[in-house]
Design a protein around this ligand. Structure first.
Ligand code: ARG
Length: 460
């Protein structure tokens, strides 16, 4: 039975009913819907809009419905139009006329606007927790690898030596910004829309602040049209989730490369890799590939939401029912990805020697060789040119700057002395990079500890 049958003489056809219904996907908001209704009914009783005794009865029965759903003794009726109709129908079934009073001074339009805000506020905080777990694993790995030298890249060409810890902490910084983006989302979502009614508020003398307080919102929405038709918070969280997926996807791409025979910088734990049905030698980084692939879903969800919202006039339109599947999918996908990704990073084996060997080839200390000459008084451009000639000599002789003889150095420029070998040693090249934010071991330890403290302070 629909909530709105009074004006209608026919039932909806089965196909139209299924098309119109949102219960298959909004049933997950049952807790928010019931908690919201309890707060609303309490407020109605406090304001004398319904009898106190009726308000108490409604609240008690709503709590019973909640625990019955949670225990599994009350299955959610998939024939209902949506979760709001289902809860109200169940209440009315149990309380008769008293149950019917719960919807006084309320519309499903402000009710659904409330439920999604409550649901997403909670999910955003849960995702922050998952992000903190990943950041903490990254920090620990960075601390274990504060002295692990590897090549840093630009254009995927070996560029300058860095430490693996420093590389990992770059992701830590990205994810830290994601945490604060979620904070911003939560802050802007923190407005209670009940009282907006269908679109134009209500004539009942309700107390919106009381409802907001009962539900833990810090303020109420200021405009009834906006209160029911604002879905900026869905767009915003989907944008933040998309950015998180960009970060996870870039990280995944590197994991995939690092696992390849071409790099062999890391080895993933068996529990996070899969084999091939035909090639016995294969160990594939499927988890990282799936995370990289799933980023597409989340970007798609954001695009769905933007497109749904872009042309609809004020206030509520049924188009807005399409917000839920997209935003829920984005939330679920990010949660799944983080849950799979963190232990994969935690258990990966770092092949430090391979990283160092890769850093020793590829002339990544060429900048330091040029700096050696400038420190002896030569202008940088000249030093750059001389170093270029030395690299060409090395390529010719199939050797490295570390192995080139002092005679070969001096043949190109007589400023070189035996101290060149110390100046271009990999450890020195890394550890001389001491400026704040640089890859030296000391900085890595400092930044990893600082990042750990930040998340422990803000998000425990
Ligand atoms: N199921 C609807 C939604 O998700 C709830 C609001 C319905 N309001 C209405 N006037 N049809 O958007």
């Amino acid at each position: 039975m629909k909530l709105w049958t009074g004006r209608f003489q026919k039932e909806l056809s089965k196909t139209t009913n299924d098309f119109n219904s949102s219960i298959p996907f909004d049933k997950r908001m049952y807790r928010e819907d019931i908690t919201g209704s309890i707060a609303h009914a309490t407020m109605l009783g406090e304001c004398g809009i319904i009898e106190k005794s009726e308000s108490e009865l409604i609240c008690k029965e709503l709590s019973a419905i909640l625990s019955d759903i949670e225990s599994g003794s009350l299955p959610i009726d998939m024939e209902a139009e949506d979760i709001h109709s289902f809860v109200e129908a169940e209440l009315t079934k149990r309380l008769g006329d008293t149950g019917k009073r719960v919807h006084t001074a309320r519309s499903r339009n402000d009710q659904v606007a409330l439920d999604i805000r409550m649901y997403l506020k909670n999910e955003a905080a849960g995702i922050q927790k998952l992000l903190c777990d990943l950041i903490s694993v990254i920090c620990d790995k960075a601390l274990e690898n504060s002295e692990t030298v590897m090549p840093g890249y630009t254009h995927l060409q070996r560029a300058q030596p860095i430490t693996f810890g420093h590389h990992l902490l770059a992701y830590g910084e990205m994810l830290k910004r994601d945490l604060s983006r979620l904070d911003d989302c939560i802050e802007r979502m923190d407005e209670m829309p009940l009282g907006s009614g269908a679109l134009a508020g209500t004539t009942y003398p309700i107390n919106r602040e009381l409802t907001a307080k009962l539900l833990g919102f810090s303020r109420v929405t200021n405009n009834s049209l906006d209160g029911v038709s604002d879905r900026d918070f869905c767009l915003e969280i989907a944008s933040v989730l998309s950015i998180i997926m960009v970060h996870l996807s870039r990280f995944s791409e590197e994991i995939i490369m690092w696992c390849s025979w071409e790099f062999k910088f890391i080895e993933l734990d068996d529990a996070f890799s899969t084999g091939s049905s035909i090639m016995p030698q294969k160990k594939n980084p499927d988890i990282a590939e799936l995370v990289r692939g799933k980023s597409g879903r989340v970007f798609g969800d954001l695009m769905t939401l933007l497109t749904v919202m872009k042309g609809i006039p004020l206030a509520y339109n049924k188009d807005m029912q399409e917000d839920k599947e997209a935003v829920f999918d984005a939330v679920d996908t990010v949660k799944m990805c983080l849950t799979a990704f963190t232990p994969m990073i935690e258990t990966m084996k770092v092949l430090k020697n391979n990283m160092r060997n890769a850093a020793a080839r590829g002339f990544i200390n060429a900048t330091d060789c040029a700096d050696y000459l400038t420190k002896k008084g030569m202008p940088f451009r000249d030093a750059y040119k001389i170093t270029g000639q030395l690299v060409a000599t090395c390529i010719d002789k199939n050797t490295t700057l570390e192995e080139l003889s002092i005679t070969d150095y001096q043949a190109v420029c007589n400023v070189f002395d035996n101290d060149i070998y110390d100046a271009i040693s990999l450890d020195r090249c890394v550890n001389e990079r001491k400026v704040l934010g640089s890859p030296c071991s000391e900085n890595v330890r400092f930044q990893a500890n600082r990042l750990k403290e930040t998340i422990e302070k803000g998000f425990v």
